[in-house]
Structure formats: structure tokens, C-alpha cells
Design a protein around this ligand. Structure first.
Ligand code: C3B
Length: 834
């Protein structure tokens, strides 16, 4: 490649630094330019799809300009950078988010309005970037948003899946998966970087260095190229623009021309197919480990490309490799990116010539690790033979890491063989397994859980021995948070307007402590009325969305009772639908006169089940079967409606969350690490019905227990209940029995289909403790109804809750990470724009 000459032309530099003008004429001009030159359309042949694309590309120009200036600035000042490594980024849409961040929403609405389009419709043209499953992926997206908005030099690193989270169709009540071809139309929000490509090696054998016993040459026989795509992340109220760098496997060079010339057309593309599959699909598992070989290769492609890129950027500073931790902090979002640890060790030892000790010191100072779950089925373990075959060098490094670690433990706790077996990175099972959580823990200087209770639990369970060995200080808590930009300002414009009026300006969007002033508005009649109306408007908007997606008519005057999240046994959607069945049973027993006194309720479900998770899929079927019967029961009418909204997504959440009166977060105590939608619901004026679990607890502490409906057993009681139920027949109370009876009498279709769900409770030890919690769950629902009937008190609860939610901003979370883990400071580029 040609050498870059120093730029002598000051005009060049000046143009690159002067922001594109923000007036309507300039915007119109740039939209037309993109329409005609990027998309080969004319104003007369512009449909809403092209209006979106042309507008989006013109917004992207502005973002890319700021992106460039941000990176130029951060590299000039030698800023320390945080690299957030995550196999998932559940970003959703970008257009509206970018317009708000750039404060150009009204301008674009005006320009599009001039040619007959409504901005809302244009926004609706965008497809979600669904490169994640659920909470973990969405958290990563919120964190890069907060890094950008709080001026931290920070990049996300991930994979650019060709097929994101599958599309969920509901056919005959069952979930059916279809591929998410999100890249079928042009994606304005990514920037391909053909110049940023790294070779990633697999398989092969090792040649030992004759001089240094622990240094090897890895002679691999499969090499794939990972190419970068950059997604700019607009910071709000700042000129700072962050970045998510996503890797895609490049295949062009793998075309076998000789085979083609010999007429073997399929063989000619075989290598390309094998490479491409690495970044083709997001594994649709949330909180489960599938253990597939392809997944391991996917994880490694991601880790290797990312580490090579980080090292390449660091090397431009000319500093010695041991200073890496002064300029780079790498956060592992769960264990999925843990191979980054042995990969950095390999680069430092085999390629950069560091000694083992120098490399280890550098590595552990650079990495930190977030654990997101305690479910045993989610723990990543890789069979040693598989790892050894695909990544022989890394397997060797992991053995050495383990050896030195165990030796150091043996010195301090001599002859404690059980301790050594328990903490070994290699599990001595039938086929040996690499325990990725242990590798992540040993290779990091800090380990954190995602809510107070969860961080305590991991210290008492999976990392108990590590706390003893490595000290309490290494294990900390960082309660999750959510972005106020997307999860209030963008998704709830009416409530946002009210908050802005109360606060006096829009500063709350980057500083949720400002919400405190709402407390002084709680007795203001007019304000209360507007607050209530904003919620009603959101409910009307959701009712329209429900009608459009399901054909079901619901009234915004009913209580909206919502549970939307991945379908998982521990999240207990089954308990919710059993509660609904019991309610239906009671309604059927009433006289018509009695029924008229009942509070009307719309129960909303949404969520995807992992494709291979049979039980979860049966729960979806049950919900849909109940919905069909209840919704068409003329006796019941509007008193009870049940809705399963298909294809839950970030965009669907933006409609659903602002419209909830009550939302359910009802995991068995001790199983939901944190939850983040619970925070979003309360920030949007909804009330939680939940168990004493995850971040529900801290939300209760902040907003006051009167503002939450808690029920169910406590985390420390769970083991005892489970133990008891293993040896004793679970005893459903009358209400739960009535629900079972209704199912078993074929009320919702063939009962046989649902029998396994009932058996899991009655004959399978009731692992998720439905029989234990159901009575208090039913009581909690009664309390909700009584409270909702007191509209005035309900509005008070809603306003007070929102006013006390500052803690749950992802800005707070990111700031804590920055100060206590990353040791990094904000480096604002340019001026503040609020
Ligand atoms: C989730 C947990 O289940 C949630 O409790 C938590 O709020 C989020 O992570 C974010 O911390 N989680 C997930 O979505 N996928 C996993 N594989 C593990 C945890």
C-alpha cells in the first residue's frame, strides 16, 4: 500500500473539521443527493423505503464525520480506550436514535413532510439490527450508548451475523422460526472496512521454539480472513461518536478456480461456504450453552480478530507491549469472548517475544469479566479434545495457565486436593472440559455480577473458592442500567415532554438524577392529569400495534398487564398463564352481574424461545391456545383479553414498555441475575409485580416498597424447597389445581399437548417452585387490582417511582465500571451540545 503523505492542503483539513450545516436546505440537498446518486431514484419515483434510505444516508454522513473527528482526537491525545467484547449487540433501530442525538429530528420531519412523508412512517421502514438474544445483548448496546454519551473513549467489538435473531412466526399457536435476512436491503448504519482485515488461524500443529520452552510456532492449515464493519454509535448531547466494530468472514479469496475450471462447481465454492458459515448465524440461545463446534470456531474468530486489532492500534503508539493495560481495558461480556485471554497470551509470547510472566501480568491487568448468570445449563464448557483439535496452541496455553495457577494455590493450601480439583480450569469429567468461567476469572483483574443479589450469589457459589484464594476485592458488583435515550426519550415522547417541562430543560436525558424534581409535581393536579393521559396515549398506540400484529381488539381502558422477555422456565411464563387460566375459571363461575364489577384486564405476552427448547415452545402454544379460547368467549368480552405478540424485538419493546400499567418479573428467586426490562418499565411509569430477585430488589429499595408488588419465596429458601420437593409430591393449592383441571378437561384443546408442562410441576420436582409461589402470586394480583382501582394513588406511585429511578441509568453503570474497573476518564471531543 502507498504511504500516506502528510496533508499539506489546509483546505482539506479545514473541510474535514467543519461540521455539515444543519439548515433545512442543506439537509434537503443531501437527501436528494443520496436519493439520486446512491440509490438511482428521482423525487418522483421515491417511495417511503427510499425516502428512509436517502435520509438515513444523509444522517450517516454527519455521524461518520463526527466518528472520524472523535477517533482522530482520541488517538492524538493517546486516550485510554475501553473495548467491550460481546458476541451480542442487540441494537435495534438507529435512525430515530441518531436524529435525536444529533438534535435534527424536527428538521428531518420538516424536510420529509415537504415531500409528503410522515417521519414516523419513514422510521418504520428500518429493520432492527437484532444481533443478540435478549438482556445480555441489549445491555451491551446500552453500554456503548452510554460510553458515547458520557464521552468515554470506548468501542464495542462483536460479530456481524448475516442472520440475526430469527423471526418468530406463530402458526397454529406454535412458534415457527424464519431466518432474519436483515442485510437484504442496504444498511446505512454500517461502514465496511476492507482495509481492516486480519487472518484468523485454526487447526494445524505446533513447533516448539528451540530457545524458549514455552514459545511455539503455530503452523495452522486453515486460515480465514475477518473483515471489519464499523457501526457508529451516536452520543447524545456531545459531538462524541462511539463505534461497534463487527467482524465478518471474508470469502472471496477462497474460491477454487482450479476446481471450477475442471467443472467441479460445487467444490469450487466449498471453501467459501465453510468460511462464511462462521459469521452466518447468531446462536439463538439465551442462558443456555449449546456446546457446538461451530460456536467455538465463531468465538475464536471473534476473539482473534479483535485482539489483533487492539494490538495493531496499540502498536502505533510505539510503546512497549507491557504498557498495554495503560491504554486498553478489555471487558468480557460473559464467558463467550474468554478465548481473548489465551489469544492475547499467544500474541504476546509467540509473536511479541514477551516472557510468560510479562505476558500474564499484561493480560490479567487488561481483562475484566462480567458474569451474567448462575444457571448451570448456561455455563460454557468445551471438551478438551475439541479445543485441542481446533486451537492446539490455545489449549496448550490454557494448560499452562492452569498449571501455574494450581501451583500457586498448592503453595498456599498444601495437600488440599479437593480444593485443587474444584478450582481447576480443566474439569476432570469423562471427557475433560475447559471451564470457561474459571478461565475468565483467573485471567481477569476484576470479576463482577450484574445486580447486588447476583454478585453475592456468585461469591457464595461458582466463585466461592476463588474468593478465598484471590481475595474479596476482586469480586465486585455492577448493577445493570439502561439507556435513558432509547428507553425514555425515544420510546416515550409524551412522557419525555412532561419530564422536560418539569426539569426545565433536556439535561435529564444525560443525567437521570434530575428526575428528582418530579417528586415535587406529585400533587400538581394538571401534571398528574397529563401524566395519566400520556400513559393512556401509549396504551392506545399499543392497542393499535396489537390489532395490526395479531388482529385482536383490546381496549386502552383496561389494565395492561405485561410480561415480555425470552421464554424460559426460570422466568415462569407458565406461572403467568396458569394465573390467567385461574382468573378465567373464576370469571366463568360468576354471574353476569358479578362480572360487570370486575376490573378489565389485557394480559400481554411476547418473547422468543430458543429453537431447540421444547418446553419453552410448549408454553408459547399454551398461551396462544388460552388466548384463542378466552378472546372468543362472548361471556367474557372485554373483561379479560390475552395477547401473544409475535416476534418480540427491540422495536416491539419500544411500543410495549411505555404502555404497561403492570409488568411481571417473576423468576424463581435467585435465578434472574438482574433483569433490565424491569428498569425500563418503571422508568416509563409502570409498576412491577415481581419476585424478590435480581434488580427488582434494588428497584424496590430506590422507589420504595409501597411502589412494588413483591411476592414469593426468597432466594435463601429455594434450596430447601427444592430439596423437599425432590422427595415429596408437590401440592398445588386450590387455585393452581383449578387451572390444571381446566387444561386437563380440554378447555384449551387437546390436553395431551400440555400434560408435560403439568408433569414438570407435579412429577418433575417442580424445580421452579410454582406450587410454592402460586398462592402469594394470586394474592399479589389481587393487591394490584385493588391499587389500580384507586386511580389517584396509582398515579402517585407511578410519578414517585420514575422520580427515584436515577440509579438505573446505564450512564451510572458505565461510570462505575470506568472508575472501578477500567481506570479511564471521559475525553470529550468538541463542545457539549445540550
Ligand atoms: C441475561 C440475564 O439473564 C439477565 O438477568 C441480565 O439482566 C442480563 O443478562 C444482562 O446482565 N443473560 C442473557 O441475556 N444471556 C445469557 N447468556 C446470560 C445472561
Amino acid at each position: 500500500q502507498g504511504k500516506t503523505p502528510a496533508c499539506e492542503d489546509n483546505e482539506f483539513r479545514a473541510y474535514s473539521h467543519s461540521e455539515i450545516a444543519r439548515d433545512a436546505a442543506t439537509i434537503k440537498n443531501s437527501v436528494v443527493m443520496h436519493l439520486t446518486t446512491t440509490f438511482l431514484r428521482t423525487p418522483d419515483s421515491m417511495d417511503s423505503g427510499h425516502a428512509y434510505l436517502a435520509s438515513a444516508f444523509s444522517v450517516r454522513d454527519r455521524l461518520l464525520q463526527r466518528w472520524n473527528l472523535t477517533n482522530e482526537y482520541h488517538s492524538n491525545i493517546g486516550a485510554k480506550t475501553i473495548y467491550y467484547m460481546s458476541l451480542e449487540f442487540l441494537v435495534g433501530r438507529t435512525f430515530d436514535n441518531a436524529l435525536l442525538a444529533l438534535q435534527l429530528r424536527d428538521e428531518y420531519a420538516g424536510v420529509l413532510g415537504d415531500v409528503g412523508f410522515r417521519l414516523e412512517d419513514i422510521i418504520d421502514e428500518e429493520r432492527d439490527a437484532a444481533l443478540g438474544n435478549g438482556g445480555l445483548g441489549r445491555l451491551a448496546a446500552c453500554y456503548v450508548d452510554s460510553m458515547a454519551s458520557s464521552n468515554y473513549p470506548g468501542w464495542g467489538y462483536g460479530l456481524r451475523y448475516r442472520y440475526g435473531m430469527f423471526q418468530q412466526q406463530i402458526i397454529n399457536g406454535y412458534q415457527v422460526e424464519a431466518p432474519d435476512c436483515w442485510l437484504d436491503s442496504p444498511n446505512p448504519w454500517e461502514f465496511p472496512r476492507a482495509d481492516v482485515t486480519y487472518p484468523v488461524k485454526f487447526y494445524g500443529h505446533l513447533v516448539r521454539d528451540p530457545e524458549v520452552s514455552y514459545r511455539y510456532k503455530w503452523e495452522s492449515n486453515v486460515v480465514y480472513d475477518a473483515m471489519a464493519f464499523d457501526m457508529p454509535v451516536p452520543g447524545y448531547g456531545t459531538e462524541n461518536v462511539g463505534n461497534i466494530r463487527l467482524w465478518s468472514c471474508k470469502t472471496n479469496g477462497l474460491f477454487d478456480l482450479n476446481k471450477f475450471n475442471a467443472g467441479d462447481y460445487q467444490g469450487a465454492t466449498g471453501g467459501q461456504v465453510a468460511a462464511q458459515i462462521l459469521t452466518d448465524v447468531l446462536y439463538p440461545n439465551d442462558n443456555t450453552n449449546e456446546g457446538k463446534e461451530l460456536r467455538l470456531r465463531q468465538e475464536f474468530l471473534f476473539c482473534s480478530a479483535t485482539l489483533q486489532d487492539i494490538i495493531a492500534r496499540f502498536k502505533k503508539t510505539g510503546k512497549p507491549m507491557t504498557q498495554l493495560p495503560e491504554l486498553a481495558a478489555i471487558q468480557l461480556n460473559d464467558t463467550h469472548p474468554t478465548l481473548g485471554i489465551p489469544e492475547l497470551m499467544r500474541i504476546l509470547i509467540d509473536e511479541e517475544g514477551l516472557s510468560w510472566d510479562e505476558a500474564w501480568d499484561t493480560t490479567t491487568k487488561t481483562f475484566a469479566f462480567t458474569n451474567h448468570t448462575v444457571l448451570p445449563e448456561a455455563m460454557e464448557k468445551w471438551p478438551v479434545p475439541m479445543m485441542d483439535k481446533i486451537l492446539p496452541r490455545h489449549m496448550g496455553i490454557i494448560y499452562d495457565i492452569n498449571l501455574f495457577f494450581l501451583q500457586s494455590v498448592e503453595e498456599r493450601f498444601p495437600k488440599d486436593r479437593e480444593l485443587l480439583r474444584n478450582i481447576s480450569i480443566i474439569e476432570e469429567s469423562n471427557s475433560q472440559q475447559v471451564r470457561m468461567a474459571y478461565l475468565a476469572c483467573v485471567g481477569s483483574h476484576k470479576v463482577n455480577g450484574v445486580a447486588a443479589i447476583h454478585s453475592d450469589i456468585i461469591k457464595q457459589t461458582i466463585f466461592k473458592d476463588f474468593v478465598r484464594i484471590q481475595g474479596e476485592d476482586k469480586f465486585i458488583n455492577k448493577t445493570n442500567g439502561v439507556s435513558p435515550r432509547r428507553w425514555v426519550n425515544e420510546c416515550n415522547p409524551d412522557m419525555s415532554r412532561l419530564i422536560t417541562e418539569a426539569v426545565g430543560d433536556r439535561s435529564w436525558i444525560n443525567d437521570l438524577t434530575k428526575l428528582k424534581v418530579l417528586e415535587s409535581k406529585v400533587d400538581d393536579k394538571e401534571f398528574r392529569q397529563s401524566w395519566w393521559e400520556a400513559k393512556q396515549k401509549n396504551k392506545a398506540r399499543l392497542a393499535e400495534y396489537i390489532l395490526a400484529t395479531t388482529g385482536i381488539n383490546v381496549s386502552p381502558d383496561a389494565l395492561f398487564d405485561v410480561q415480555v422477555k425470552r421464554i424460559h422456565e426460570y422466568k415462569r411464563q407458565l406461572m403467568n398463564i396458569l394465573g390467567v387460566i385461574y382468573r378465567y375459571h373464576r370469571l366463568k363461575q360468576m354471574s353476569a352481574a358479578e362480572r360487570t364489577k370486575e376490573l378489565h384486564r389485557v394480559v400481554v405476552f411476547a418473547g422468543k424461545a430458543a429453537a431447540g427448547y421444547w418446553v419453552a415452545k410448549q408454553v408459547i402454544k399454551l398461551i396462544n391456545s388460552v388466548a384463542e379460547v378466552v378472546n372468543s368467549d362472548e361471556e367474557i368480552g372485554d373483561v379479560l383479553k390475552v395477547v401473544f405478540i409475535p416476534d418480540y424485538s427491540v422495536t416491539a419493546a419500544e411500543y410495549i414498555i411505555p404502555a404497561s400499567d403492570i409488568s411481571q418479573h417473576i423468576s424463581t428467586a435467585g435465578t434472574e441475575a438482574s433483569g433490565t426490562s424491569n428498569m425500563k418499565f418503571v422508568l416509563n411509569g409502570g409498576i412491577i409485580l415481581g419476585t424478590v430477585d435480581g434488580a427488582n430488589i434494588e428497584i424496590g429499595e430506590e422507589v420504595g416498597e409501597e411502589q412494588i408488588f413483591f411476592f414469593g419465596c426468597l432466594a435463601h429458601e429455594v434450596d430447601e424447597f427444592r430439596h423437599y420437593l425432590r422427595f415429596h409430591q408437590p401440592k398445588p393449592d386450590e387455585a393452581l389445581q383449578a387451572a390444571f383441571d381446566m387444561i386437563q378437561s380440554n378447555t384449551f384443546g387437546d390436553a395431551h399437548i400440555f400434560q408435560p408442562l403439568i408433569d414438570a410441576v407435579l412429577c418433575g420436582g417442580d424445580v421452579y417452585l410454582l406450587t410454592v409461589d402460586f398462592p402469594s402470586y394470586v394474592e399479589a394480583h389481587k393487591a394490584v387490582e385493588a391499587a389500580y382501582r384507586q386511580h389517584d394513588d396509582w398515579v402517585t406511585k407511578s410519578i414517585l417511582s420514575v422520580s427515584r429511578m436515577a440509579k438505573f441509568s446505564s450512564d451510572r453503570a458505565v461510570q462505575e465500571y470506568a472508575e472501578e474497573i477500567w481506570n479511564i476518564e471521559p475525553a470529550p471531543v468538541g463542545k457539549s451540545t445540550v
